[in-house]
Design a protein around this ligand. Structure first.
Ligand code: CUA
Length: 320
């Protein structure tokens, strides 16, 4: 029946996944069995005791044996399921002491992660395989919910409070995570990638911020230009949750046609949008705020690796 589980559930990416799927499928088959145990006799009795002229129904007051069986049986079943679930929940609630700890800050509409060495990423996490990893999570604004389907973990994130989840990833490669609590207009875009690396790749990623960039600078993917990498960064880092590239106004000004133009600021002056202005706006967004917009952009200082910032500048330049 493994095909049914594979069809019903996301791929299994952690130790939890196997345990949770086992409980889930057991409950599923119990439900199927109980459904049949009730539905088949119902249909049979409806036919067997259907109306016939002259048939008299025998008078039954009660049947003690049957009543004890159908009371005590389900009671034992439910109590058993409760302790089974409790056992899993206890394990799920307490992370092992040796877990790597990643801080998560959720905000409309992106995910910010901070590693033990202080390096930070947006919408992008790498974790080493077969090692427990713990997420300590909080929100800067509204309720969000960190959900990694392949790992079978999901937990609400609450402003002013810290919540935790943990898991041990067992399957290498990319897995999705997403926000599972409706949190406003771009809730559906609040998602990202969790990549499970072997130890060597993970160490390399922690140093360089990703092998893809390294490949680019080593000329391994000559088809991609800096602007292409800028576009990838635009989506991965979450610039797209506030800036459009087609001229439409969003929470922040659109990037289309910005480069080389004169930008009106909210202090009444204007500035030429050159490379220096664009870099300043990423790292110190409050320095020059565009007229008609609120000073709500967070700084990307320390969040963007230098090559990602270069890519973004090239991408903005390319948006004529
Ligand atoms: Cu954050 Cu939905």
């Amino acid at each position: 029946m493994d095909w049914l589980r594979a069809w019903m559930m996301p791929p299994q990416g952690s130790e939890f996944a196997k345990e949770i799927d086992f409980v889930y499928m057991a409950l599923f088959w119990m439900s199927v069995l109980l459904f049949l145990m009730i539905a088949i006799p119902s249909v049979y009795f409806a036919w067997r005791y259907r109306y016939k002229p002259g048939r008299v129904t025998p008078h039954q007051t009660h049947n003690t044996t049957l009543e004890v069986i159908w009371t005590v049986g389900p009671l034992l079943l439910c109590v058993g399921i409760f302790f089974w679930g409790l056992n899993g929940w206890m394990k799920y609630s307490v992370a092992p002491g040796e877990s790597m700890e990643i801080s998560v800050t959720a905000k409309q509409w992106l995910w910010q992660f901070e590693y033990p060495d202080g390096s930070r990423t947006i919408n992008d996490i790498h974790v080493p395989v077969n090692k427990p990893v713990k997420f300590t999570m909080t929100s800067e604004d509204v309720l969000h919910d960190f959900y990694v389907p392949d790992m079978r973990v999901k937990h609400d994130i609450i402003p002013g409070r810290y919540t935790q989840i943990w898991f041990t990833p067992t399957v290498l490669g990319p897995h999705n995570f997403t926000c599972a609590e409706y949190c406003g207009k771009d809730h559906s875009g609040m998602k990202g990638n969790l990549t499970v690396d072997n130890d060597a790749d993970f160490a390399k990623w922690m140093e360089t911020g990703g092998t893809e960039w390294e490949d680019y600078f080593n000329g391994k993917d000559p088809k991609k230009t800096p602007a292409d990498w800028g576009k990838i960064t635009y989506e991965r880092v979450g610039c797209n949750s506030c800036h459009t590239t087609d001229g439409t106004k969003s929470k922040g000004p659109s990037w289309k046609g910005v480069y080389g133009s004169m930008v009106q600021l909210n202090n009444g002056t204007s500035v030429l949008a050159d490379e220096a202005y664009i870099r300043e706006s990423m790292m110190q967004p409050q320095a020059k705020v565009v007229k008609g917009f609120d000073p709500i952009m967070p700084t990307f200082q320390g969040l963007l690796k230098p090559n990602q910032a270069n890519g973004l500048v090239a991408y903005i330049e390319s948006l004529k």
